[in-house]
Design a protein around this ligand. Structure first.
Ligand code: KET
Length: 499
């Protein structure tokens, strides 16, 4: 702060004319420096007689709930209220903190499950919260192809650590677009796709949201009900207004297709629609290809803008191409389309934060102008993306041997999850657990949406040290043959003791 003050003070542009530019200010007390700063310096460097209010913000954050209607725009969700910190208070007296009145935010509904799990010392504890793949031994998996790619990168002395361009690694962007849209996609061949490397799936969604809020005429985005808990927060904070469309029917534990068509049919023309490309999170329920075709026709007839979130390509069916089919159907009709890709799950690159946002446009000219504006979104946000993860992905996608090996490893992960589904169903049936549990094998992807309620989940956590999200979602990728009996015991007890 003192450096900032000194800089401001000696800056000929910002210093008030009434003060000698080079004379040092008297020493500032350690408390309330902003108060004194405000008294000395005019707002924005423009000389003014108006006395500024002491700036001592109290930031109150609203707890973000999963109800999209409860979100506010960034400007309205924070309150700044003046305080009067006393300069005579001792530095160690915390009551004079400018953040004294800050409220404690709740843990994230998904990542907070891991925080709670880590605090539990019980040896039987099981983390089925976050969607992160584990081996049969319960260990995180680094894919063999990733190790090989990293080795190649380390052994290449020509590699440097320079900044990437704002849009990221060119090879990575090219390969990512091919992976989602297909190598023979006319949109790619006609240069109608603007692709930018972003910070995994979340960052890609956020950059896409910010771009839409700035440049698109319709500010409403429709998200499925339910959806990944971060979607409403990402889009609200990007400046869009979030509404939901019916997606899941708890009675059938399947798709509420009628509700979906009705809600999208009633959406205003041009509205943005968030679609899970495959392996819908949290329900594990995907439309069939025939239903996707009906959704596509309805959306195009109403000029609704598709925004695909593709966080699980390869995890639904074990095939990268099959899982991209819905996205490719929308691109094949020549219309516009957004796609946010993540390599967190399908390459196991969770912490490397590697993903891409692609915007398919109608002409190459529009695509290049869109890309130029994406750069203006990214530059002030994080300047340019990280190099390492994107280099790993590009190395694998460019090399046909590594690519083929990747598809084998990916299929093995998808198959292990499918085998966990079968084993859990059998374990519940063996225990005679009341209810029909066949949805466990019908659902697709990393998660089973069990139908357990939040009280039953709390019971399983308390009595069995099983950690999962309160909506009853289980990460099947966190299970193993060894841990399934423990989970089945817990589910059986929860269902029979608190129906
Ligand atoms: N979209 C969906 C649908 C999704 O489930 C996730 C992550 C992401 C995007 C973002 O992933 P990223 O790591 O930014 O590429 N979901 C899991 C992890 C999380 O909540 O962050 C999860 O649901 O457990």
């Amino acid at each position: 702060m003192s450096c900032l003050i000194a800089c401001l003070y000696t800056s000929s542009q910002l210093a008030p004319l009434s003060l000698p530019p080079l004379s040092p200010p008297p020493p500032l007390p350690s408390s309330s420096p902003t108060l004194l700063l405000d008294k000395r310096l005019p707002a924005n460097g423009v000389s003014t007689k108006k006395q500024l209010k002491p700036f001592a913000p109290t930031v109150t954050t609203k707890n973000l709930s999963s109800d999209p209607s409860s979100y506010k725009t960034p400007n309205s969700s924070f309150q700044i209220s003046p305080q009067n910190p006393s300069p005579t208070k001792m530095a160690h007296d915390h009551s004079d903190s400018v953040f004294t009145n800050i409220t404690r935010a709740p843990e994230d509904p998904i990542l907070g499950v891991t925080v709670a799990y880590n605090k539990d010392s019980d040896p039987s504890k099981l983390n089925l919260g976050v969607g992160a793949y584990r081996t049969e031994e319960g260990k995180p998996l680094v894919l063999n192809v990733v190790r090989q790619a990293e080795q190649k990168l380390v052994n290449d002395p020509s590699r440097v650590k320079e900044y990437l361009p704002i849009v990221g690694l060119a090879d990575f962007n090219k390969c990512s677009a091919k992976l989602i849209f297909g190598a023979d996609s006319p949109a790619i061949q006609e240069n109608r796709v603007a692709t930018v490397q972003c910070l995994s799936g979340t960052g890609s969604l956020r950059v896409g949201g910010e771009f839409l809020a700035k440049h698109y005429h319709e500010r409403t985005v429709y998200i499925p009900q339910p959806t990944w808990g971060n979607h409403p927060k990402i889009f609200t904070l990007a400046g869009l207004s979030v509404k939901s469309y019916r997606y899941y029917d708890p009675a059938t534990r399947g798709l509420d297709f009628q509700g979906l068509l009705e809600d999208l049919g009633n959406a205003p023309s041009g509205a943005i629609v968030l679609l899970h490309a495959c392996a819908h999170n949290p329900t594990g329920v995907d439309p069939t290809i025939e239903k996707w075709e009906q959704i596509r026709q309805l959306m195009r007839s109403k000029a609704l803008l598709p925004f695909f979130d593709s966080a699980y390509q390869g995890f639904a069916s074990g095939s990268l191409d099959a899982d991209a089919q819905p996205v490719r159907m929308f691109v094949a009709d020549g219309g516009e389309c957004f796609a946010a890709q993540s390599y967190a799950k399908n390459m196991g690159l969770y912490g490397e934060r590697v993903g891409a946002l692609s915007i398919v446009c109608k002409t190459a000219d529009v695509a290049s102008r869109v890309e130029s504006q994406l750069k203006l979104v990214i530059r002030p946000m994080y300047s340019n993306p990280p190099l390492h993860g994107a280099s790993i992905v590009a190395t694998i996608l460019k090399d046909s041997n590594l690519y083929n090996e990747w598809t084998v490893e990916l299929k093995a992960m998808a198959d292990r999850i499918i085998s966990m589904r079968k084993q859990l169903l059998e374990a519940l049936q063996a225990r005679g657990t009341p209810g029909d549990w066949t949805h466990i094998i019908k659902q697709i992807g990393m998660f089973t949406f069990t139908g357990l309620n939040s009280e039953q989940v709390a019971f399983m956590t308390k009595e069995y040290h099983i950690y999962m999200t309160s909506d009853g979602r289980i990460s099947m990728a966190g299970l193993s043959t060894k841990t399934i009996p423990h989970l089945a015991d817990a589910m059986h007890a929860a269902v029979t003791s608190m129906a």
